[in-house]
Design a protein around this ligand. Sequence first.
Ligand code: AGP
Length: 609
Amino acid sequence: MCGIVAAAAQRDVAPLLIAGLKALEYRGYDSAGLAVLEGGEVHRVRAKGKVREMESLYLSNPFPGGTGIAHTRWATHGVPNEANAHPHMIGRITLVHNGIIENYAPLRAQLQAKGYHFTSETDTEVMAALIDQNLSGGRGLREAVLATVRDLEGAYAIAVISSEEPGRVVGARRGAPLLVGLGIGENFLGSDAQALVQVTNRIIYLEDDDVVEITREGAQIYTLDGKPAHRGVHESELSADAVERGEYRHYMQKEIFEQPHAVANTLETRISAAGVLPNIFGAGGDELLAKVKGVHIVACGTSYHAGMVAKYWLEDYARLPVNVEVASEYRYRETVVPPGTLFIAISQSGETADTLAAMRESRRRGYLGTLAICNVPESSVTREADLKLMTHAGPEIGVASTKAFTTQLAALALLTLHLAKQQGLDEERYRDLTEQLLRLPRTLEEALKLEPQVIELAERFVHRHHALFLGRGEHYPVALEGSLKLKEISYIHAEAYPAGELKHGPLALVDEDMPVIAVAPNGPLLDKLKSNLQEVRARGGELIVFADTNAHIDGNATRGAVLRIDAGGDFISPVVLTIPLQLLAYHVAVLRGTDVDQPRNLAKSVTVE
Ligand code: AGP
């Protein structure tokens, strides 16, 4: 899950490649590098760390050239350092790679026996050497790449230049994203459309096992057997503004505050006062959903938490049995699939390797059909699903998911309503749920006004090492999401539990140094939750409660704080109560001075296993 950009142009491409890499840093930021081909000579610059480190090296010694490749890395094979940074050069070949080559070890041994000398620990360098070897026998770069990828096992997206073929870049993909950007008199490759938004909106999405050759004049695609292939041109709707940070300090903060608008986009044209509109899941969607007797949801990380909330909703309101599973588990075990089961993949990026593999695996297991809930049109998950419900959240740049989560929940709420109606939910209740959902953008806007109080609260966490999050029912996944946010950007160790589980073990951790954060909606479980909070209080724990305005919680009896928030109703309250937890994680991270948008060791899009 690294990022790739490449260009074949008349103008100097290094500044374009650097701008493209900056848009791709969400995919990894352990090291960056670029190489430019000029008059048969390759100039290369690489640096450990973010793209800006490499950029300042480049600016201290810039070089011209119209053909180039560039890379931002998330380390898999080999530590993040300059030697392991891409592009890798061997013989006539310079190459960047995203993915993992599984059979690299035997290939490396064979190539070493033939005299190739490797200077990095990466699997990528092996690929470069193989292509160089395959250039012999009169093959050009494209034929050599084709011959090489036929021998590879694993996942890759690559961009390659040869010192013997000026003006040409060859790319290939299998299991990792790569697309072509068509400019005027210049053409590009990129891991996504965002990387190319500065130069073009005309995009060709490559398919698995495609090999592509770009020059200034055009782009030609080939299948693995070397035959020319035709793939359609799409107009990307991304604008350069959509990926600007604007007045906000971090992308994460911007994305938190975009949520009312983003959720409104998810709901737009899909629901009215009368309920969910027909045909919102694409052609044949309503007919397929009419046969649903159960649901399996598969996802990773934050998207998995969205799936967990949906389990409560679908079982409560649509009375359908639901299983939710993390994709990396699902794909490697045998599941029981009762007839009429719908498979749902939830993914912000639509490129998460485990989710994609799980969805492909599901084809073999006899589901009724697959539904993708996704934010990126033309992503692999979206393209391969039978039905899709796009979340329309707009680009999410911060590694920590915020608006992706709440828009996934809004999409899952639409699905819940659709299926609940079909399963005969009482009309009055259906109307109530519909009204709550229509009010959601406005309720989120109100919830965001809590920020000043959350900032004050954040001060208490600056020197903490641990935190516990509690919730019950559909607010347990909200607690999980809150703890994930806190740990990933502030590096404070956090765990979440269903509040009723506390006494079965985690209570032993509670003392005056352990802050306990609880989400307290008003509802039938409130009294139960209050008893659980008493257990914390009795052990001297510091309680921070985010409570619905109607929930009777005695703030004075708490060592800690109770913050009030209008949760907007029992249906939408998991979405609304997520907001203060996101704000808390964000402001704690800011106070601790961490890299909020690009926390250590992580990447936005996890396209490796
Ligand atoms: C959470 O903040 C992370 N961004 C991560 O858990 C993420 O949700 C997970 O990697 C799945 O990504 P996806 O939604 O793009 O598939």
